[in-house]
Ligand binder design. Structure first.
Ligand SMILES: [Zn+2]
Length: 348
C-alpha cells in the first residue's frame, strides 16, 4: 500500500455524568437537525437527562428507537433520517444503536456522534459497524464518529457481562496484531507499527488491570472505555480493522453463523484469542487469567456452547474472509485439529 487514509474522531469527551452536557457537546458540530438512534431500555432510562440537555442549543431533534442491529433497522433509520432531514445522527446506547446509527449516517451522508452506554466492544469509536442480515458475516467499513461522548457513570451501571465482553474484545487485539504481522511477512501486506502498538496497549490495560476491572471500580471502567476508544482509533490510524480484528474475530463471526444468539461478540473473541494465542505460542494462560478475573467466559461451557460447534467454527472461520490472511488461513485446521486445539487451552 503506497498510501492510506486515516480517519479519526474529532472530539472525544469522557467523564462522569457527562451525558448532561450532550447539548453543549453536539453544538460543537453545529448541527441543525439531530436524529437520536437509541434502544427502548436505554431511552427509558436516559431520555429525561438527554432531552433536558438538548433544549436551548438551537437545533431540532427527534428520537428513533431500534431493537436490533440488522440491515432492516439500518434502512429504517436511513428513511427516518432522510424524512427528518437530519444532518447529524447520534447512536445512543450499547453496541446495537451505535452500529445502526453509524451505518445509517454513513449511507445518508450525515455526521455521526457516538454516545455509548456500555463498554461491550470497540465499535464505540471505530469506523466499523457490525450489522446482521446483510450480505456479509463480518462488519461494514464506514467512517469513525466525528464525536464520542462517553459517560462513565452510565457505562459503569450497565450489566457487568457487557464490561467483561469489552475486555474479551480488547485482549483479542493481541492475536489480531499477530495475524497482521503474519500477513506482512507472508503476504507483504502493509503493517503499521504505531497502530499495532496502540491496539496492543489497549489489550495490555485489560491484562494488567483485570482484577480491578472485575471489581467494577469506576476508575477501572474509565480505563476500559478509554482503551476501547483507543482501539477504535488504532483501526482509524491503520486505515483497516487489521489491528483490532484477526483470526479470533473470524472465529467469533463463524459462531454467529453456526450458533446464532449464543454469547456476546467480545466473549466469543476472547475465547478465540485463547486458541489463536496457543497457535502463536503466546502466553495463553495469562490471557485466560485476565478473562477469568474480569468474569468473562473462558470455555464453551461458560458460554453455553456445544464443543463441536467450537471446532466447526474454527474450520469455517477462514472461509468467511479469504482475503484476510490469518493463522487459520495458513494452517487450515481439520475438524480434529480444531478440537485438539480447543482442548489444549481448555476451551472444550
Ligand atoms: Zn471486536
Amino acid at each position: 500500500m503506497d498510501s492510506h487514509v486515516m480517519e479519526l474522531p474529532r472530539i472525544i469527551q469522557i467523564g462522569y455524568g457527562v451525558l448532561k452536557e450532550a447539548g453543549r457537546f453536539l453544538s460543537k458540530f453545529s448541527p441543525e437537525r439531530v436524529l437520536i438512534v437509541s434502544g427502548p431500555v436505554v431511552w427509558a432510562k436516559v431520555s429525561k437527562v438527554v432531552e433536558d440537555a438538548l433544549r436551548g442549543w438551537g437545533f431540532t431533534y427527534s428520537c428513533l428507537q431500534v431493537n436490533y442491529s440488522t440491515s432492516k433497522e439500518v434502512e429504517l433509520a436511513e428513511k427516518v433520517a432522510r424524512e427528518f432531514k437530519a444532518d447529524l445522527i447520534v447512536g445512543l446506547g450499547g453496541g446495537r444503536s451505535v452500529d445502526v446509527a453509524k451505518l445509517a449516517s454513513y449511507n445518508c451522508g450525515a455526521m455521526f456522534v457516538s454516545m455509548p452506554t456500555s463498554a461491550s466492544h470497540d465499535g464505540i469509536a471505530s469506523p466499523f459497524a457490525s450489522i446482521k442480515g446483510g450480505n456479509r458475516p463480518y462488519s461494514y467499513n464506514t467512517k469513525p464518529p466525528i464525536g464520542v461522548l462517553a459517560d462513565v457513570d452510565l457505562i459503569a451501571q450497565a450489566p457487568r457481562r457487557l464490561l467483561a465482553s469489552g475486555c474479551g474484545d480488547l485482549v483479542s487485539k493481541i492475536t489480531a496484531v499477530r495475524d497482521w504481522m503474519l500477513a506482512r511477512d507472508e503476504k507483504h501486506e502493509y503493517y503499521g507499527k504505531y497502530a499495532a502498538n496502540l491496539a496492543l496497549m489497549s489489550a495490555e490495560i485489560v491484562l494488567s488491570e483485570a482484577k480491578g476491572i472485575g471489581g467494577g471500580g469506576k476508575e477501572y471502567v474509565r480505563d476500559l472505555v478509554e482503551a476501547l476508544i483507543s482501539a477504535g482509533v488504532a483501526a482509524g490510524i491503520a486505515g483497516s480493522s487489521r489491528p483490532c480484528s484477526g483470526s479470533e474475530h473470524l472465529f467469533s463471526h463463524a459462531l454467529d453463523i453456526i450458533a446464532p444468539n449464543i454469547g456476546l461478540h467480545g466473549e466469543k473473541c476472547g475465547l478465540g484469542a485463547l486458541m489463536m494465542a496457543k497457535l502463536y505460542n503466546l502466553d495463553w494462560e495469562r490471557l485466560r487469567c485476565a478473562l477469568r478475573d474480569v468474569n468473562a467466559p473462558v470455555s464453551a461451557l461458560d458460554l453455553g456452547l456445544d464443543a463441536d460447534r467450537v471446532a466447526e467454527a474454527l474450520v469455517l472461520a477462514p472461509a468467511l474472509r479469504p482475503e484476510r490472511y490469518t493463522i487459520l488461513h495458513k494452517l487450515r485446521l481439520s475438524f480434529e485439529d480444531a478440537k485438539a486445539l480447543a482442548k489444549d487451552v481448555e476451551v472444550i
